[in-house]
Design a protein around this ligand. Structure first.
Ligand code: M6R
Length: 600
């Protein structure tokens, strides 16, 4: 998704703008640009392609201004091109703006502006905002912004500068992330915390519909009604080192290897004397709920699928797990007796946030499972539990997923405890050993690299599993397709014979997970059916009876079946990773994908 940076201070803006944009590269983008104020003129430099193209272009200019805005664009309206890149300027070249989000009523607004004599250079929805600012400008940029915000519908994070008021940046947000940092002699703005860390850890989180006016040595905040409000500075605990590659070739590999540590961090202080301690939730009366919803997207949805099965098993509460983009169009059955759990690494996923809004309107009690401190989801939910994965930079989620699994399992057992259900203490003990088991599996990296050679030339791969293993294979297939572009589908193993087995032929590769003892033998029978049709199988299991003709078996440690999803995630991530590497794919930034999906 688009990334935004802005600087207002005593130094030249350029170095913050560019380092910030490079820290936001992980979000995915197709073009980039900056505007700085130079001797009271706008200097806008932008182009299609990677940041290095922009850097080359900048070399042809003198860029010294101490107020500026920057942008990486992920195309939504209009193809990636120089003209569609941000910043966008008004026709008089007095106002410049960067925007992340989607303006839903831009066609109507554009029509009105054209009728009023405005002309447009780009196909973007964003250009409408800057022309509208021009239309409403009457000597006060802040006032013009407030008028514009009343006219636009949709989502936005905005940074605006102008030659008419060259001492300030106006920023505003709704349903798109934007964070303001207070650095030494400067204010810095970005879409995500890693872009700020080199300058400051002290940040203001702007809430939806709020506006900030930033000057070099002063900041003021306004609510939707235009009234001055106070905001408090928060110090974020991240450090810059955590956002670097640490000698690994890619962020994805680094993040895979961080899992023993971050799982430990996520468990830290949450198990004590055979009890699960989630003090953040101590005020909830769990007796009031008659059902639980889990809502999330992508990898977070797969973690939810696993967490929801465990919760239902241990609490006997009816549980429904839904993809966020479907949730609000599906008339969910929610009322004040519903507990709704929203899972999101970034905490900024537009579909998940919209689902959260709906659940709150319908009076559910909401819990967010988030990784990014201060993210929108964590601020908008009634309660929040943080995974402690640290900044996840690679687009493909790895350590966020396994820490989500850990936290969701803790949550399931915590709710069971609070409902006075019988709790398996052995399992709670084993949770503490998960980091060691993960460490051990990581030592077998070479085996998974070898499996990757079986996949590298394939067009399709098949993943099968049952029960909790189905969530694992869904995630395994997603990882493989997003980083290596090998098409992969995951099936409930018992469904193969109802259609998908027609696809299996000589040379097909089937990756099977069979870790649930009560059903493993059945998955293994399904594997035999694929072998009989020429498939090569890679099996991850704890089961060792009667497995014939399977060329590649990896035995997972013998721990509680409920915890196996955490362990099997590691080989599946590494298979995807090495397949992508062997094929020469850009592992950290797969094509067409964004780290944080802030549009619907
Ligand atoms: O930030 P979130 O956890 O809400 O993101 C949800 C998905 O967009 C994300 O998991 C996506 O599927 C990743 N590319 C998976 O690797």
């Amino acid at each position: 998704m688009c990334g935004i940076t802005a600087y207002c201070g005593q130094q030249e803006a350029l170095s913050f703008l560019m380092q910030g944009l490079s820290k936001l590269e992980y979000r995915g983008y197709d073009s980039a640009g900056i505007t700085t104020l130079e001797n009271n003129q706008l200097l806008t430099i932008k182009c299609k392609g990677r940041l290095k193209n922009l850097e080359e272009k900048i070399k042809n200019y003198q860029v010294h201004g101490s107020i500026g805005i920057g942008h990486t664009r992920w195309a939504t309206h209009g193809i990636p091109s120089n003209l569609n890149s941000h910043p966008h300027n008004n026709s008089h070249d007095t106002i410049s703006l960067v925007h992340n989000g989607i303006i839903e009523n831009y066609r109507q607004l554009k029509k009105e502006l054209i009728e009023n004599g405005y002309t447009f250079q780009s196909d973007t929805d964003s250009e409408v905002i800057v022309q509208l600012l021009d239309y409403y400008y009457d000597g006060e940029l802040l006032e013009a912004t407030q008028k514009v915000l009343k006219r636009i519908e949709g989502s936005y994070a905005l940074c605006i500068i102008s030659t008419l008021e060259p001492d300030k940046i106006i920023v505003a947000k709704k349903d798109s992330p934007l964070i303001i940092g207070k650095a030494t002699n400067a204010y810095v703005v970005a879409s995500d915390i890693p872009a700020l860390l080199e300058y400051t850890k002290d940040v203001y989180f702007l809430d939806d519909l709020e506006v900030a006016m930033i000057k070099k040595d002063h900041i003021s905040f306004y609510n939707q009604q235009g009234k001055r409000i106070e905001k408090t500075l928060t110090t974020v605990p991240y450090d810059l080192e955590a956002a670097k590659k640490d000698g690994y070739d890619t962020f994805m590999l680094k993040e895979i290897h961080e899992q023993p540590y971050v799982i430990n961090e996520t468990l830290r202080g949450r198990i004590f004397n055979e009890q699960i301690i989630l003090d953040e939730l101590k005020d909830i009366n769990f007796q009031q709920f008659n059902k639980v919803y889990f809502v999330a997207c992508g990898t977070a949805y797969h973690a939810s699928l696993c967490g929801s099965q465990v919760l239902q098993r241990v609490t006997q509460l009816p549980v429904i797990s839904m993809v966020a983009s479907e949730f609000r169009y599906n008339d969910p059955l929610i009322d004040q007796h519903t507990l709704a759990i929203f899972v999101s690494q970034s905490g900024e996923t537009a579909d998940t946030l919209a689902a959260l809004k709906l659940a709150k309107q319908k009076q559910a009690t909401t819990i967010a499972i988030a990784n990014v401190l201060g993210s929108t989801i964590s601020r908008d939910s009634d309660y929040v539990l943080y995974t402690c994965a640290g900044p996840e930079i690679a687009v493909a989620s790895t350590k966020a997923y396994t820490t989500q699994l850990v936290l969701l399992i803790l949550l399931a057992y915590y709710i069971a405890q609070r409902l006075n259900k019988e709790v398996d203490f052995q399992l709670i003990h084993q949770l503490n050993s998960i980091p060691q088991y993960v460490e051990k599996i990581l030592k077998d990296e070479k085996i998974f690299e070898k499996y990757a050679y079986m996949l590298k030339d394939l067009h399709d791969a098949y993943f099968i599993g049952r029960n909790l293993d189905y969530a694992s294979v869904l995630e395994g297939a997603l990882k493989l397709k997003e980083v290596s572009y090998v098409h992969a589908d995951a099936y409930v193993a018992g469904e193969l014979k109802h259609g998908p087995i027609a696809l299996i032929e000589e040379g097909s590769v089937v990756i099977a997970v069979a870790t649930q003892p009560h059903i493993a033998a059945k998955t293994i029978s399904n594997i035999q059916e694929t072998i009989a049709r020429g498939a090569h199988v890679i099996l991850f299991t704890t089961h060792n009876e009667n497995i014939k003709h399977v060329e590649n078996i990896y035995y997972l440690p013998q721990i509680a079946p409920t915890l196996q999803a955490i362990l099997v995630a590691i080989p599946l991530q590494l298979i995807a990773y090495y397949t992508a590497c062997i094929k020469g794919c850009d592992v950290d930034k797969p094509r067409n994908l964004a780290k944080s999906v802030t549009v619907e």
